[in-house]
Design a protein around this ligand. Structure first.
Ligand SMILES: C[S@@+](CC[C@H](N)C(=O)[O-])C[C@H]1O[C@@H](n2cnc3c(N)ncnc32)[C@H](O)[C@@H]1O
Length: 270
């Protein structure tokens, strides 16, 4: 019998499997927005030894390399690792909360939109602290409980199109959960024995075409992708129609959508 955290992680594994290219073409651009702030907060400069945990297609790792950092990366999904490696990243398959690195190895660890995909966030943070040298920097981003209107566009389209919530959505064990607020994330980091904790919200408008924003979900990327791709074909047609109708609210006047998003960014020292 699986624990709730193991069940959560198992769904996460299937959710990303085979979706690296679709992710790269859609949500990876969204998740790229905070990478500059993430690396600044991690004090990544030439020679910094950095781990990008949950690297995906390698956005943060590649940006750190461009700063002259020495970069290692892991991801739980083999397709993501292959995509990151194709971009020149020294990446390998590993799943939090277990990392194949020695104690105190890294100057900095970054995890961009990863902690929200991990079944045991406290155990994951303990492991991220283990691989940091004393005084090393941890920087995290994840989606905030306070959502931007752009984050709900596809959700609203699903509701209006009559989508039926699928049985296999990832559900976090309440005992493992934490408040997705600056205060909640800061408390979690302090509980994990990090010091100099600071946590804040980032807000931005993600720009994407109607097709690009639809493409990630239609290809099954992330939770919204699970919802869309588990519907009957006629329901998907209705969701798409509703999506096109609701997209008008976000037209930026230049042929794209301006989609407001809110995320948390926290940094701390080991
Ligand atoms: C939203 S994506 C973010 C990817 C990347 N950090 C970026 O900025 O584009 C989440 C990533 O976390 C990875 N992931 C999920 N659970 C994980 C775990 N337990 N350990 C490591 N990676 C994990 C997924 O495979 C996926 O690549």
């Amino acid at each position: 019998m699986r624990s709730p955290a193991e069940a959560f992680d198992a769904i996460e594994r299937t959710m990303w499997d085979g979706r690296a290219q679709a992710y790269a073409a859609s949500f990876a651009r969204l998740c790229a927005y905070p990478v500059g702030a993430l690396l600044d907060a991690a004090e990544v400069t030439a020679g910094t030894y950095v781990l990008d945990a949950g690297t995906g297609t390698g956005t943060a790792a590649m940006a750190a390399r461009r700063r002259g950092a020495r970069v290692r990366a892991v991801d739980a999904d083999a397709g993501m690792v292959a995509a990151a490696r194709a971009g020149g990243v020294d990446a390998r398959v590993a799943a939090l909360p277990e990392l194949p690195f020695a104690d105190g190895e890294f100057d900095a660890v970054v995890a961009n939109f990863v902690l929200n995909h991990v079944g045991r966030p406290r155990a994951a943070l303990a492991e991220l602290r283990r691989v940091l040298r004393p005084g090393g920097r941890l920087v995290l981003t994840l989606w905030s409980a306070r959502r931007g209107a752009g984050q709900d566009l596809l959700v609203r389209a699903c509701e209006a199109g009559g989508a039926v919530p699928p049985a296999g959505l990832p559900r976090r064990d309440p005992a493992e959960d934490f408040a997705r607020t600056p205060e909640g994330l800061a408390e979690l980091l302090e509980e994990a024995a990090f010091t100099a904790v600071e946590s804040t919200e980032l807000e931005w408008d993600h720009r994407a075409t109607v097709e690009e924003w639809w493409g990630g979900a239609a290809a099954g990327v992330a939770t919204i992708g699970l919802v869309v791709t588990s519907q009957e074909p006629e329901t998907v047609v209705r969701i798409r129609q509703e999506y096109e109708r609701l997209s008008g609210e976000f037209a930026d006047g230049g042929g794209r959508l301006a989609l407001p998003h809110v995320a948390l960014l926290a940094h701390a020292r080991a």
